[in-house]
Write a protein that binds this ligand. Sequence first.
Ligand code: ATP
Length: 363
Amino acid sequence: MPATTSHPEQRLRLERVTKRFGAHLAVDAVSLDLAGGEFFCLLGPSGCGKSTLLRMVAGFEAPDSGTIRLGETDLTALPPHRRPVNMMFQSYALFPHMSVAANLAYGLKGLGLSRAQSAERVRALLRLVRLEGFEARRPDKLSGGQRQRVALARALAREPRLLLLDEPLGALDRALREETQGELRAIQRRLGTSFVVVTHDAEEAMALADRIGVMERGRLVQVGPARELYERPASRFVAGLLGDVNLIDGRLRGPEPGGTRSVETALGNLRATGEGEAGNAVVVAIRPERLVVSGEGASLEGRLQGRLIEATFLGDRIRYRVEMANGATLRASAALPAPGPIPSVGETVSLAVPADAARILPP
Ligand code: ATP
């Protein structure tokens, strides 16, 4: 997808960026086009190459081949300190013996600012991260979330065109993480600086990003807004990474009126959406919240039958496990309070599978 160019000097373009460590291909011909002012997340499991890719953009690692451009500037051969880019690490790296203000002023060294100008910039940075009044505090007298905001302010002190963040919220507990996600997002919007965040946490990527890029074994396998990746994953890997999913093996039958397809599976015939040639082996991916569980019903096409073996109350929803005739288990979930009666464990239930919720993927 071409990037829009609201801040053309911030547009980041990677072309076939590749990095090997010995025989290991850590980053494999990654091309990417990010709009200026975009909040982008690189998402993938441990070892997929996302930090290496980020480090190449920062300049801490040199690509074996490929180019990295920011606006009109070719960064590929520039040393880190010559790049209009900054990187924030998970371990914040604040100076423990210096006050918050001194930590921020340190980030401004070498810019040729007067003492008064530097003090004004520090005040502006503290306003940005909502830490006015904390100038004199030392980092060890701050909460984890506050420390994280000081580190962010310091990373932004030199007004980089692009900020890279490697697992920026990894050290925070869950409640604080959610709150800080909102703040990070708000700060990025206020500044309009492009952010690229690396995370292995899909929920975090969905909460933060305008677009997500999924990496699998060094390759960028799908790029898009969270909803697109969640609802129309390109592979079972992406489907599973973005959330819980049922994967059912099957074989495609001919096209049907209305653009849906019929898929023959061991559980029965399903109607599904997606591409492929009749006769091909496929996988059908269905999110648990799209399977509608109800008391026994007719065994029509698109409706499966099974036995409810587990129903777990989770406050805002109920999670079901249903055992099918062939021994396979499907997971479903329903929002609470439920509109109708909740089936009990042991009961035979029917599972309605809306065709638009069943995605056809390559096997
Ligand atoms: P994590 O979330 O665990 O940091 P990641 O997706 O960021 O994972 P990378 O750190 O980019 O992954 O590492 C990608 C692969 O390259 C891994 O297999 C890693 O072991 C290897 N690797 C990374 N840096 C080096 C290095 N300096 N020397 C050799 N191998 C490396």
